[in-house]
Design a protein around this ligand. Structure first.
Ligand code: AMP
Ligand code: MG
Length: 312
């Protein structure tokens, strides 16, 4: 089993000629992407440096890659009325779910108190970011967190890499809850991508039958959470409240051709819920499948041709 970006990476790759280097190189690409561009934790990354420099009058010059990423993120923020917000870094760190979700003993976990949450939340807001001539301007000091899109961005990089490997004929690669299909299977049947049952994540509620070049991202309250006295604190924060989102959704799966977008939309839709979320995905020509707390499934019309329920 391989890990990168703090998550599990699974790779199935079909090649004309055997090349055992490829899975290693793909892992290396994900690690590099995190170390050089996206991590808020590693001081080697461009994002880390931006967070360190804080608010400046002159603006911070960006690499072309990060400029493109931030531009896409801001589009989703605008379209989702701020449900998706990469400036929540301080609030996300205050909740500290990522660290505690990995612990076996969580009895020491204390959710932050209301006052702390409100203080941190006051210092957030995607509207305070502005991109101009390749530089980033902050109207107030916020800390950026690209945790909601990192895995999707990794898929976009992996697809670019695979396109350069002429002997690769097909692949399905998952980085945590984000999955890329590429090329075709040797027997020409479609790729099957399972949709996890959020209420029993060892099983699937069904699967998507896909051709190559799709990205599937799922956000769910079962992925990273801490449970204290029957209350589940998960890792997706509602920017309106500063608390883990509580829209009646257990998981959202997004299908689209762009990795970053699939990942951003899954997070946004988890917060927005079905009514608003299904309108949002339509604006981006993406498809969505929601599972609510009771296990009911709702999906966009376009999703129906790809999704099949598991036999129960
Ligand atoms: P995902 O699992 O793709 O839905 O991403 C969840 C991660 O995105 C969290 O671990 C946080 O790092 C970050 N995050 C949490 N809430 C939000 C939000 N409302 N907008 C953008 N990023 C968020
Ligand atoms: Mg996401």
């Amino acid at each position: 089993m391989n890990t990168a970006m703090g998550t599990i990476v699974n790779q199935t790759i079909y090649m004309q000629t055997e090349d055992s280097e490829i899975p290693e190189e793909i892992l290396g690409q994900i690690v590099e992407l995190e170390q050089e561009l996206l991590s808020w934790r590693l001081d080697t990354s461009e994002l880390y440096q931006i967070n360190e420099s804080g608010k400046t009058e002159e603006g911070i010059p960006l690499s072309e890659e990060l400029e493109g990423i931030l531009e896409e993120c801001l589009k989703v923020s605008n379209a989702s009325e701020g449900a998706f917000d990469i400036t929540l870094g301080d609030v996300v760190q205050l909740w500290d779910i990522d660290r505690w979700a990995g612990e076996t003993d969580t009895s020491g976990y204390r959710p932050p108190d209301e006052k702390e949450v409100q203080e941190k939340l006051a210092a957030t807001g995607y509207e305070s970011l502005q991109l101009e001539n390749g530089s980033l301007f902050f109207a107030k000091e916020v800390r950026l967190d690209l945790g909601a899109v990192g895995k999707g961005i990794a898929l976009d990089y992996i697809r670019e890499y695979l396109r350069q490997q002429e002997h690769v004929t097909g692949a399905v690669i998952s980085v945590g809850g984000s999955i890329l299909t590429y090329g075709s299977k040797p027997d020409s049947t479609s790729w099957k991508v399972g949709v996890v049952n959020p209420h029993d994540n060892a099983t699937n509620i069904g699967y998507l039958s896909l051709s190559g070049e799709w990205c599937v991202s799922t956000s769910g309250n079962y992925e990273r959470f801490v449970e204290i006295d029957g209350t589940r604190y998960h890792h997706i924060i509602d920017p309106d409240t500063g608390y883990p989102a509580d829209s009646g959704v257990s998981s959202v799966t997004i299908l689209t051709k762009d990795g970053l977008l699939s990942d951003a939309l899954s997070t946004a839709c988890f917060i927005l819920g079905w009514e608003k979320g299904s309108v949002l995905v339509e604006a981006f020509s993406a498809e969505a499948l929601f599972v609510d707390m009771e296990g009911n499934i709702s999906m966009t019309e376009g999703m129906q041709q790809y999704f099949k329920l598991s036999d129960r």
